[in-house]
Design a protein around this ligand. Sequence first.
Ligand code: UTP
Length: 293
Amino acid sequence: MIKKCLFPAAGYGTRFLPATKSMPKEMMPVVNKPLIEYGVEEAIQAGLDGMCIVTGRGKHSIMDHFDKNYELEHQINGTNKEELLVDIRDVMDKATFTFIRQREMKGLGHAILTGRELVGDEAFAVVLADDLCVNPDQGVLAQMVALYKQFRCSIVAVQEVPKEETHKYGVISGEMIKDNIYRIDDMVEKPEPADAPSNLAIIGRYILTPDIFDLIEQTEPGKGGEIQITDALLKQAQTGCVLAYKFKGHRFDCGSVEGYIEATNYCYENEYKKNEKAVALNKYSTFKDKNNH
Ligand code: UTP
């Protein structure tokens, strides 16, 4: 079964400059948790335990985040602030983390190929952490893993987008074979609305079978001079089968300022406020700080 999840996290995050000048986009906090931790939690919920992270220059903080911080732990040991480390400690206990560096930013397809050494010869999931996906009962990746058990082929998550936004996404067309499931027959990277084969856009969740690696290797740079995963997936669709799955849940494009703010508001209302201990702790800290000054 699928056990590994690849996180391409080497991109520059130029849409979020200057915040991303020296800080990885994946480490930007939504409320009090970095984006990549949401992605790892989603993967764990889907039953995956091998997190393979493709990083690049200036991304050390991602590695540090999933490692112990002895000084900090010593400092807060025995205080109620330890409560705030419960989630990340749980994540670290449930998964192993391996890292590889993409030396040149040649696109998402190239980043996935860079992860080949970590993934090996098995089907795997891909999470783009800047797409934050939430669904209360079953995470998006868990939905896709369940689908993979049934169909045993590559699957991409899609959502309907307004026509005028197709130029931001890979867009698919295909025959609907079941509710919310399409067999892909065409895929275009970032088409203008007039050239888009539909309004079903690929978002940052994939399940890929390992033959994708050879297909990426044979893929020439496409749109924007980058090696595009959509070009390799189209070859896979033409020679075998690739499914598109219209998932249940919300997806926030946290690579854009608007999506990031929406995600922050959503997670504050629906996740953070429900964590009574964290809220109480923050109130207490504010009170204490005020009285110390
Ligand atoms: P994006 O298209 O969002 O690019 O990449 P980006 O560089 O992160 O952000 P902008 O557009 O400049 O603001 C989609 C995903 O693919 C990864 C990114 O880290 C992101 O998770 N990626 C992209 C790589 O790992 N390597 C690449 O060469 C390109």
